[in-house]
Design a protein around this ligand. Structure first.
Ligand SMILES: CC(C)(COP(=O)(O)OP(=O)(O)OC[C@H]1O[C@@H](n2cnc3c(N)ncnc32)[C@H](O)[C@@H]1OP(=O)(O)O)[C@@H](O)C(=O)NCCC(=O)NCCS
Length: 165
């Protein structure tokens, strides 16, 4: 059985590897292999992830399998206006379609009870992620041209409105 818990420093290596592999697999066909590897190595080094764990405006979660391995990861960040962005959501491909991604999304939402909405940025062409987001109530609210998107590639901002408690 897999369960979701807050990420700790013990997970830094596993999450860094998961992100590196997920970025390369997902974004290399869209952004190019070199660009993708460079951006991922910059952003997902264990030290960078450790700083996020220490940042009280960021919340990081992992899905841990029964054998202790990490099957998924999510990170959400709140800005100074109280707006929450789901910055990352990554599942091991062997678990795609198994419901772990929505479990992680629900964990993020539960940790931010009372927020009016949650947003994310997704690269155009990441069709599986866009389909996942639409299925779970996110709608496109903005399109960013390549110059302002992710890694020099156009992106979509999607937002899900949340019911008032
Ligand atoms: C995005 C992600 C977390 C979603 O988790 P998941 O378990 O794959 O999601 P689901 O299977 O529940 O939903 C994906 C949907 O996309 C559909 N889909 C798959 N490939 C697709 C494609 N090329 N085009 C359109 N839809 C596609 C699936 O059929 C499924 O819809 P369904 O449930 O109606 O059949 C996971 O795919 C992932 O980790 N991807 C790599 C990292 C990433 O892109 N993160 C998102 C950054 S915003």
């Amino acid at each position: 059985m897999a369960h979701i818990r807050a990420m700790t420093r013990n997970d830094l290596g596993d999450v860094s590897r998961l992100l590196g592999a997920s970025w390369r697999r997902t974004y290399s066909p869209i952004m190019g292999a070199e660009n993708t590897a460079r951006l991922s190595d910059e952003r997902h080094a264990p030290d960078a992830l450790a700083a996020e764990i220490d940042d009280e405006d960021k919340m990081s979660f992992v899905v841990e399998r029964g054998d202790g391995s990490i099957a998924g990861y999510a990170m959400a960040a709140m800005d100074r206006h109280g707006d929450v962005m789901l910055e990352r959501l990554h599942i091991e491909p062997s678990e795609f379609g198994g419901g772990l991604a929505v479990d992680l999304l629900h964990a993020v939402l539960a940790a931010h009870a009372g927020i009016p909405s949650i947003a994310l940025e997704v690269i155009e062409g990441n069709d599986r992620a866009i389909a996942f987001c639409r299925k779970h109530g996110f709608e496109v609210v903005e399109r960013r041209e390549a110059a302002h998107g992710v890694g020099g590639h156009a992106s979509l901002i999607m937002r899900r409105l949340l019911p008032r408690a």
